[in-house]
Design a protein around this ligand. Structure first.
Ligand code: GLN
Length: 205
């Protein structure tokens, strides 16, 4: 069976996610398509989606305007696996505060019961890398790359914590929905992309 994984291509780290997902397909021996998507029609065809990091206010506003926010929400609510990276995790969340400007009234998918603090570690110049772990999904060591990253300040009772850094929640999972504050597509380690592709594959079978 051929798998159709999309990278939401409105703004952000699209090419890097295409390459990491392609490498994951190749290593897992999976056939299928990895496509850049932004229209409702393109999103409708998908078995799984990555919402890349970038700027959540831009991704939210443009996907609201082109109508894709609604179909994204429907598809994810109907079980389509999604990996939301940094701004992508912000898009999945219910409530967002910015560390500096406080509450932002930005379009969100309101799908994952988490509350986030945007830009939690500071500005672009405060970007950093650190070893993290996601033991519960079989990834004991991973290079976490944090760029204007959020932290998760509150979670619903059915949301699993995948990883913490300095006591702060930086990765979560609920069913087929995964959110990370760090950027797995910026490392050569494709283990999280492989985990996600396997999730898409098993939810299609
Ligand atoms: N700070 C950005 C936002 O709030 C996210 C940064 C990123 O995706 N690397 O949208």
């Amino acid at each position: 069976m051929s798998l159709n994984v999309g990278i939401l291509s409105i703004q952000g780290d699209v090419q890097e996610n295409l390459l990491s997902t392609k490498a994951a397909f190749d290593e897992l021996g999976i056939n299928g398509n990895i496509t850049q998507v932004k229209t409702t029609n393109e999103i409708f065809q998908l078995d799984g989606l990555i919402i890349p990091g970038g700027e959540s206010t831009t991704i939210g506003q443009l996907s609201l305007v082109n109508g894709s926010l609604k179909i994204l929400k429907e598809k994810i609510e109907n079980g389509m696996p999604v990996l939301g990276i940094c701004a992508g995790m912000i898009m999945l969340s219910m409530t967002v505060d910015d560390r500096v400007v406080g509450k932002t009234d930005q379009p969100l998918l309101n799908i994952l019961d988490i509350k986030l603090q945007r830009n939690s570690f500071g500005r672009q110049q405060d970007s950093f890398e650190s070893d993290i772990s996601m033991d519960s999904i079989g990834i004991p060591k991973f290079n976490g790359i944090f760029i204007r990253a959020p932290t998760v300040s509150d979670i619903g009772s059915d949301v699993e914590i995948l990883s913490k850094f300095n006591g702060q929640i930086i990765a979560v999972k609920k069913g087929n929905i995964i959110g990370t504050a760090f950027h797995p597509e910026l490392t050569t380690d494709i283990s999280l992309h492989k985990y996600f592709v396997n999730l898409v594959n098993s939810s299609k079978n």
